[in-house]
Design a protein. Structure first.
Length: 265
């Protein structure tokens, strides 16, 4: 009974090994010439965001962050020509905003800031219109703002929340994350990935309203997805944790099957 199952077992193991390998194919790691340590997110829980930093609003008018961050705020850092994680992240945010029990504009606000100096207010305005159209509930336009700016304003903001990105050709390598701020602009929580639970967002908003800083429970997704501009696909960068565990579990299961089959023969 043991012999017939061995080819299937080892075939599955081969697939798992290829799938879990950090360098199983070109582009499965950081693009050539990019140090992974230069890109990612270093949590700055409890740190103060520079509220005096000035950006441009959707109409090209100067606006300081302090005029927007007057209630719990969900901050996203994106660039508007992104071919990678930015669109899934913003769509995932839109979905959870449609189902959260908290009221936009009253209980919280969303602020999306582009870290690409080339992004202009006109495209920010278009992005805002498009995402507001996806709302299936009343959502005041003032509750979600799209801002653009230049260095050093961009760097001051990204550095204050530990958001590390790097230019790659005409695009960027960067992480995907939501940063939750208190009404005073203090970082209270990070939410990773592109899909978010309404209960998690509700709790993050409630804690931010009270100024409570909470550690991130799930950090495995912090570096899972980033944009590989050359291959225009997501890059899996955290397989060293999840992939290794999966591979070891598969090896153990396969060994148990093989040994069990030998005992029966």
């Amino acid at each position: 009974m043991g012999l017939p199952i061995r080819p299937a077992i080892f075939g599955c193991l081969l697939i798992l090994l290829l799938a879990c390998s950090p360098s199983g194919e070109p582009g499965a790691g950081a693009p050539d010439g990019t140090d992974p340590g230069e890109v990612g997110l270093s949590e700055r829980l409890g740190s103060q965001v520079p509220l005096d930093t000035v950006f441009k609003d959707e109409d090209g008018k100067p606006i300081a962050l302090k005029t927007l961050v007057d209630k719990p705020t969900v901050l996203t850092l994106n660039y508007f020509a992104c071919a990678g994680i930015c669109t899934p992240l913003l769509h995932g945010l839109t979905e959870v905003l449609n189902t959260t029990a908290r009221q936009p504009g009253r209980d919280f606000r969303v602020v999306t800031v582009s870290f690409d100096e080339r992004d202009a207010p006109a495209i920010a305005k278009m992005k805002r219109i498009n995402y507001l159209k996806e709302m299936k509930r009343p959502f005041p336009p003032e509750a979600w703002r799209f801002l653009t700016g230049k260095d050093p304003s961009i760097r001051k903001l990204t550095d204050s929340v530990g958001f590390e990105f790097k230019a790659w050709g005409k695009e960027f390598i960067h992480p995907g994350v939501l940063v939750v701020l208190s009404p005073k602009g203090v970082v209270t929580r990070y939410m990773y990935g592109v899909n978010f639970l309404p209960a998690d967002l509700d709790m993050a908003i409630d804690e931010a309203a009270k100024g409570l800083v909470r550690p991130s429970v799930v950090k495995a997704l912090a570096f899972c997805f980033s944009n590989d501009p050359r291959g225009r696909r997501y890059v899996v960068k955290a397989v060293s944790i999840v992939g290794t565990a999966t591979m070891l579990a598969a090896l153990g299961f396969a060994a148990w099957l093989v040994l069990g089959g030998r005992r029966k023969t």
